[in-house]
Design a protein around this ligand. Structure first.
Ligand code: SF4
Length: 496
């Protein structure tokens, strides 16, 4: 039996990762015991999160493997309690959703600085930010800056898609210091790590990388397990305009073609489940066959893969492994709603993680907008988790400005969907903004803006003659004039 004490001092945590999120320190004691975990005396002291517990206030001795296992046993974990607080849920209500697989709380037990968040269609829609080095852009500092910006702007999740350099050090740095949910795609990393021709990577080596990422503390992993030899054969017969556009999907398809072997993630799915169970890694079942253009949307390959993902979801839940399902991709507006319904039926309400959907193919440079349109409709129709898309999509690795544009577009889409879905507290934000607008209270409007910096910059760039209006209408300001007339004042627009 081994005791691990993960302790981060205020000095450690007062780094750039927490800019804008307040200080907190976490003391967490975990006892490793044959894949089970027992947590006790876990103390969180948070200054800005209003989440303070006194030492020993809740002495726990709880045996569970994953958040789903705990929920099924009726154990209230710290993570579930925290998520329930943020989502304005009764813990029992959230526990039921997690137990049923309709909500997931990705929380690797080795990611000790995690600020937990829940993903599920009845919860606030979450967004993910992709980043990581590539052969052509290997500036690690730039990627770390993107992490800081993403956390500061409120992204709940970060996926490290690094495919160049010392990926393990970067990944460990993320799980040691970043409070966002951390996701990875082990298949990319395997190619970098083994540094040999793709066809020479063995089935066992693919699985070993999954274990390594779990040991490094990642909270969820995308595993391209839905494309097996049968799906691949079907894909070859049912021709597509843009073939397979998923990076991981194309790698595993090529590997299967060159080796003649079954997808190792599919063949050894039980072993993957054992790894996920041991570390509480949430499986993100990857969509290798997501449509890469409008014309390929909802085709045989996409739907066949989804059926396989539905079967694998059931198997994961039997082992208490939490699951989220990845989805399209490029998709015309009129197909999004039905796709969300099909996913919910086939995958029994497992949280849906959509990559867009991009509603048209013709807008390179503006794909954060095409994705936000699709993402808003998808989330309003049941998707729980939006992967951001930046203006650089299809063109290059995003820079810092692209990341910001992508995050804001995604957050707006997520919030718009939350209003439509009636997510608790969502419409209240808009009500407060509208009240500030009616009162012509500019400071309050900046405070409530999704991007206060930009809102302030715009107003200051064109100062109005009258402070209680803006340069759009000046004395014709409808808000001001209506306030005055309803207060019994005289309104005289031209001579004021
Ligand atoms: S001046 Fe016009 S745009 Fe500006 S606050 Fe008044 S009504 Fe709105």
């Amino acid at each position: 039996m081994e005791y691990v004490q993960a302790c981060m001092s205020l000095h450690d945590m007062n780094g750039p990762f927490l800019t804008g999120m307040g200080l907190f320190c976490v003391f967490k004691y975990i006892r490793h015991d044959a894949g089970k975990r027992t947590r006790f005396n876990r103390l969180h002291v948070k200054i800005t999160f209003n989440h303070m517990r006194a030492p020993g206030e809740e002495e726990e001795n709880m045996d569970y493997t994953t958040q789903m296992d705990a929920a099924r046993k009726g154990i209230l974990t710290e993570e579930l309690k925290r998520v329930a607080e943020k989502e304005l849920f009764e813990p029992a209500e959230l526990m039921r959703l997690v137990a049923e697989g309709k909500a997931a709380i990705p929380a690797n037990r080795l990611h000790t600085c995690l600020e937990p968040n829940g993903i599920g269609s009845r919860l606030k829609t979450k967004i993910n930010v992709n980043l990581g080095t590539s052969r052509d852009c290997k500036d690690l500092e730039m990627e770390l800056q993107k992490v800081n910006d993403a956390v500061r702007m409120g992204a709940e999740s970060i996926m490290d898609l690094s495919s160049w350099g010392d990926t393990r050090t970067f990944r460990r740095k993320l799980t040691a210091q970043c409070p966002a949910i951390i996701g990875t795609v082990p298949i990319y990393d395997a190619v970098v790590y083994y540094h040999k021709p793709l066809k020479d990577i063995t089935s066992q080596e693919w699985l070993d990388i999954v274990r390594m990422h779990a040991e490094d503390g990642v909270d969820f992993m995308t595993i391209h397990v839905g494309i097996n030899r049968q799906t691949a054969e079907r894909f070859k017969k049912a021709k597509r305009l843009t073939n397979i556009v998923s990076r991981g999907g194309s790698i595993i398809f090529a590997w299967m073609e060159m080796t003649g072997k079954e997808n190792p993630f599919y063949e050894h799915f039980e072993e993957i489940l054992d790894i996920c169970q041991a570390y509480d890694v949430t499986l993100s079942l990857g969509d290798a066959c997501r449509p890469g253009c409008i014309e390929d949307a909802s085709d045989i390959s996409q739907i066949e893969e989804l059926v396989t993902l539905g079967e694998l979801t059931r198997r994961a839940w039997e082992k208490n492994v939490q699951v989220i399902i990845e989805g399209p991709g490029h998709m015309p507006l009129d197909q999004i709603q039905s796709n969300m319904k099909i996913q919910q039926t086939i995958c029994q309400g497992a949280p849906f993680y959509v990559l867009g959907p991009l509603v048209t193919d013709i807008a390179p440079g503006y794909d954060h907008i095409t994705a936000a349109i699709g993402g808003a409709l998808a989330a309003a129709s049941g998707a729980s988790f939006l992967c951001y898309v930046t203006p650089a999509e299809h063109l290059r690795l995003p820079d810092l400005d692209d990341v910001k544009e992508g995050i804001m577009a995604s957050k707006i889409a997520a919030h718009a969907a939350d209003i439509a879905k009636g997510i608790k507290g969502a419409a209240q934000w808009d009500r407060e903004m509208s009240t500030a607008r009616k009162n012509l209270d500019w400071e309050r409007m900046f405070e409530l803006s999704i991007d206060p910096e930009r809102a302030r910059k715009y107003r200051e760039s064109a100062k109005p003659e009258k402070e209680d209006t803006c340069s759009m209408c000046g004395n014709f300001c409808a808000v001001k004039n209506m306030n005055r007339i309803l207060d019994g004042e005289i309104v005289s627009i031209f001579d004021e």
